[in-house]
Design a protein around this ligand. Sequence first.
Ligand code: SF4
Length: 167
Amino acid sequence: VVFFQGCPFDCPGCFNPETHPFESRELTTPSDILKKHFDGALGLEGITISGGEPFMQPRALAELLRIAKADYNLTTLVYTGFTIDELRRRPDALDALRHIDVLVDGRFNEGLREETLLARGSANQRFIFLTDRYSEADLVMPARVEIVIRPDGKVVATGFSNLLIPC
Ligand code: SF4
């Protein structure tokens, strides 16, 4: 998963508030991300883009998705706070849309928290299949919690609002 930095929406209850500020965190390039994490990696099916709001960096997003598909044969899943209708009205978003298998669209709505294992934060968000690579059955998560322990010892919980439901 690649998390883009910067989001204008400020949805109440957002699970990743540290990604909202438009400030530099890890400056890199699309090709370097893929080289670093995918060169020689075995068994990786696809790349997921989250944030933050990926479409606030539309050219970098399009380039990352294009290389992921063309050079690494990866599938692409993108989470965005924009709706697809809003994106289709933005000329700078169209290139990225061409390289996406599944778009999960719309702002997070705290009042509509997803209560199943479907891979979205709230039930208003839509799975939009832009290719025939996946269907909704592929977007059921195997577990409720993803905990990442980074090399520096920092523990990061990420995922979806249903993490807050007692197991
Ligand atoms: S669009 Fe996504 S990252 Fe941005 S505030 Fe809403 S839930 Fe958080």
